[in-house]
Design a protein around this ligand. Structure first.
Ligand SMILES: [Zn+2]
Ligand SMILES: [Zn+2]
Length: 293
């Protein structure tokens, strides 16, 4: 496969979009989808709008668990690095075993393989939807909490996360090491607070299968995002494209932008943010008006 000379300058993260852009794309896609449903005459409750956006943004970080340097792989230090390394090894071995045609870059390992496919997103959807349907609100708030926990690692700086703990036990977080642990703990606290809040406002007995939709969508949004940047994703595995089941696909090459570059930072991310804010306003303003009288 022909690679542009500019690809050599790729950062070590292997040309992944920034974690922030991935998380944003998940949430914005969810809000856009909800707005579309409302426009088509299907009401969407505020819990599904907000919790779904949160789940989508968190799960949009998940596929990069196959790369030890990604945001999601660094969330719990050595623990998540170990998980990431195992996933990467397994994905790499699976990739090798299922296609002898692959033209992968040296050092790619298991990155951008099985976790960056449509079937993987469908599996995440199926598992989460089933869990939400069978075990209802309890499982669902766990999924919401997990997503928030992931999202805080890209949405909040470590210092901000440590401040959460500092606010709870003032003056106790001293030294660099303590701040590191406090940052990890801060994410957990934020996740628990949001999860409990969702539980609090959730209608009793409501169906939660849509949590699976949000989780699956977020996972897919990640791989779609990667398809917009230079490397593309093997979205259509196990379909064989030009002899290879792991062939990366994406927008036409001239349309792809450099991961983490100016286009992403100053055009794609702000545009997504504006669209998301607009959709959130349209979706939530009516509820806010009723609530505030
Ligand atoms: Zn990725
Ligand atoms: Zn192949």
């Amino acid at each position: 496969m022909c690679r542009a000379a500019s690809d050599v300058r790729r950062p070590p993260i292997l040309g992944s979009m920034m974690g922030k852009s991935h998380a944003l794309s998940g949430a914005v896609g969810w809000l856009g989808g909800c707005a579309g449903l409302v426009a088509a005459g299907h009401p969407v409750g505020p819990v599904a709008v907000v919790a779904g956006a949160v789940v989508s943004s968190g799960f949009a970080l998940l596929p990069d668990i196959d790369h030890p340097g990604s945001t999601v792989s660094r969330t719990l230090g050595p623990v998540t690095r170990l998980i990431s390394r195992s996933v990467s090894d397994a994905a790499g071995a699976f990739g090798k075993a299922t296609c002898d045609h692959c033209d992968r870059r040296p050092g790619q390992g298991g990155h951008r393989l099985i976790t960056h496919t449509v079937p993987f997103a469908l599996a995440v959807f199926a598992i989460a939807a089933l869990a939400g349907r069978v075990w209802g609100v309890t499982t669902s708030v766990v999924i919401v909490g997990f997503a928030v926990w992931l999202a805080t690692h890209t949405a909040l700086r470590p210092n901000t996360r440590a401040e959460i703990i500092d606010a709870l036990i003032p003056g106790q977080v001293r030294g660099k090491r303590a701040r590191k642990y406090a940052a990890a703990l801060g994410s957990l606290v934020a996740a628990a607070v949001v999860a409990l809040a969702v539980r609090e406002v959730a209608e009793p007995g409501a169906s939660w299968w849509w949590v699976g939709l949000a989780a699956g969508w977020g996972t897919l949004a990640h791989s779609l995002g990667d398809s917009l940047t230079h490397w593309g994703s093997p979205l259509f595995w196990p379909a064989r494209i030009r002899g290879c089941t792991w062939r990366t696909v994406g927008t036409p090459r001239w349309m792809r932008f450099r991961a983490g570059g100016a286009v992403e930072r100053w055009l794609v991310a702000p545009a997504m943010g504006l669209f998301g804010l607009g959709a959130a306003y349209l979706l939530l303003a009516p509820f806010a008006r009723t609530y505030l009288g």
